[in-house]
Design a protein around this ligand. Structure first.
Ligand code: NAD
Length: 498
């Protein structure tokens, strides 16, 4: 059994009340790690440590070059242990070793990107302002927001930790990171790497505990300046309400129900494989997954036959085996949720083209077969709600306008894709889709240089890109009056008369 402690104020420690939680390997259903479980007292201590590190410590006052050096040091530490941490994450989350190994490489590259950005940010700029009523110089300063509460989900545990911690550190903030209760271990491994780096104590604190207890305290504490959540839209609503009590800055990356549109001139072999990747990657547990596949009426039967054929080629099983394409879902609870959605699709009249249950050869573990529904109407629950499992809904359309209307008929606005051999035509469609990211002839690929986030109820703000990093800064305007003659000051006449 692996053992993990909380990381508070530069020290690994047990929870104040000694509680622990076992992490269950969803492929075997066996506990594999025992993790200290934070309560209110631990969360308060972590917040205080981050507050002290911000108000009194050297980190917010260090040069961008120093911040860059330390972020690179953490990236190097992660790279050196990436194989080992990929294994930890596979056991914790059920993500295949193919996927978690890829995540480690991306996490290292992203940490280096955030480190480099620390030096490239426009932290001090002179502003052009109209010189009226008097001569002045004006400066725009970007300063760290302060203490950040960072709450992350279970689908990409280490990547989500890096997406939060990278921009916050690049801009000089301090933070308390709270991983999801199902998947705390890779974030705590990252804490071990951070502990070996030159990052001052208390800048990063990692507490594993429930949303209701630790998450809500982060959202309401007057000592926390910003909350960044990646999670469900339901939790996003709650977090926004709680954060309102102290007017915290809030960034929300929430759920999605993205449309993936195949146009009638698409290369069907590529579009079909790409659409399966768009939906079934990581067993459908990605927020931007293309879960609604919109296909032209005249190609419907051909596309469905190809989808079924290619789905048969996906291997489901042991996530630790590099040959496996589909592992288990994160937990037995998530498996039940997904099977419940499949049942609701059947009850509303959709038809199963392939899949629909737990794989017969895997009686143990939180597995669900990749499932494709046809005869789906966009009003059905399976087309409107985020399932977060390997369930693809195929929906027919008769014109491009109808496809765009269906794509936009959702409370969400996170991602989506268009497949076509005419990139200009696809671009014109992409412009009409109300989501934060649209891929053309591709899916899921994200760059730390490109902002990522949602329209509508998929969130507020962006991560990645300049926008995502500057979201961890406050803007300060410094006005320097250049008039040294007292009676000539603009306010002199207002006080004493001309
Ligand atoms: P979740 O909303 O249940 O939990 C997310 C985090 O919020 C967890 O750490 C949880 O402990 C915490 N939390 C729960 N209740 C809370 C509360 N009342 N106050 C404060 N914190 C609370 O989500 P999940 O099931 O872990 O992850 C899946 C969800 O995350 C999906 O909806 C998915 O779309 C979304 N997601 C979004 C993105 C994105 O970038 N938009 C990326 C990944 C996942």
């Amino acid at each position: 059994m692996h053992e993990y402690q909380l990381y508070i104020d530069g020290t690994f420690c047990d929870a104040a009340d000694g509680r622990t939680l076992d992490s269950i390997d969803p492929a075997t259903e066996a506990p594999w790690a025992r993790v200290a479980r934070a309560g209110r007292a631990d969360t308060e201590r972590a917040i205080l440590a981050a507050r002290r590190a911000f108000d009194e410590g050297p980190w917010p006052r260090m040069t961008p070059a120093d911040r860059k050096r330390i972020l690179h040091q953490i990236a190097d530490g992660l790279e050196a242990r990436s194989q080992e941490i990929a294994l930890v994450e596979t056991r914790d989350s059920g993500g295949t070793i193919r996927k978690t190994s890829g995540d480690m490489m991306m996490a290292v590259a992203q940490l280096r990107y955030f480190g480099d950005m620390a030096e490239r940010l426009p932290l001090e700029q002179e502003l052009e302002v109209p010189q009226f009523p008097a001569q002045s110089k004006n400066w725009l300063l970007r300063e760290p927001v302060g203490v950040c509460g960072q709450i992350i989900p279970w689908n990409f545990p280490l990547l989500m930790a890096v997406w939060k911690l990278g921009p916050a550190l690049a801009t000089g903030n301090t933070l308390v990171l709270k991983p999801a209760t199902d998947t705390p271990c890779s974030a705590l491994e990252l804490a071990r790497i951070i502990d070996q780096s030159d990052l001052p104590k208390g800048v990063v604190n990692v507490i594993h505990g429930s949303g209701a207890e630790c998450g809500e305290l982060l959202c309401t504490s007057p000592l926390v300046d910003k909350i960044a959540l990646t999670g469900s839209t339901e939790v996003g609503r709650r977090v926004q309400q709680l954060a309102a009590s102290t007017i915290k800055r809030v960034t929300l990356e929430l759920g999605g129900k993205s449309a993936n549109i195949i146009l009638d001139d698409a290369d069907l072999e590529m579009a079909v494989d790409g659409s399966l990747f768009g939906c079934f990657f990581h067993q459908g547990q990605a927020c931007e997954s293309g879960t609604r596949l919109l296909v032209p009426e005249r190609l419907h039967d051909d596309i469905v036959a190809r989808l079924v054929d290619r789905t048969r080629a996906l291997t489901i099983g042991d996530p630790l085996d590099f040959a496996t394409a589909q592992g288990p879902l994160v937990s037995a609870r998530q498996q039940q949720t997904v099977l419940g959605y499949i049942q609701s699709g059947l009850e509303e009249g959709a038809k199963i083209a392939i899949g629909g249950g737990r794989p017969a050869h895997l009686p143990k573990g939180a597995f669900v077969e990749p499932t494709i529904f046809t005869e789906v109407k966009n009003s059905m629950k399976i087309a409107q709600e985020e399932i977060f499992g390997p369930v693809l809904s195929v929906i027919r359309y008769r014109s491009i306008d109808e496809a765009i209307r269906i794509a936009n008929d959702s409370i969400y606005g996170l991602g989506g894709a268009v497949w076509s051999s005419d990139k200009d035509k696809a671009f014109a469609v992409a412009k009409q889709i109300r989501t934060g990211t649209v891929w053309i002839n591709d899916y899921h690929l994200l760059s730390p240089a490109a902002p990522f986030g949602g329209y509508k109820q998929s969130g507020i703000g962006r991560e990645f890109g300049l926008e995502g990093i500057l979201a961890y800064t406050e803007i300060k305007h410094v006005h320097v009056d250049m008039v040294d003659n007292r009676p000539a000051k603009f306010w002199y006449g207002a006080l004493f008369g001309a």
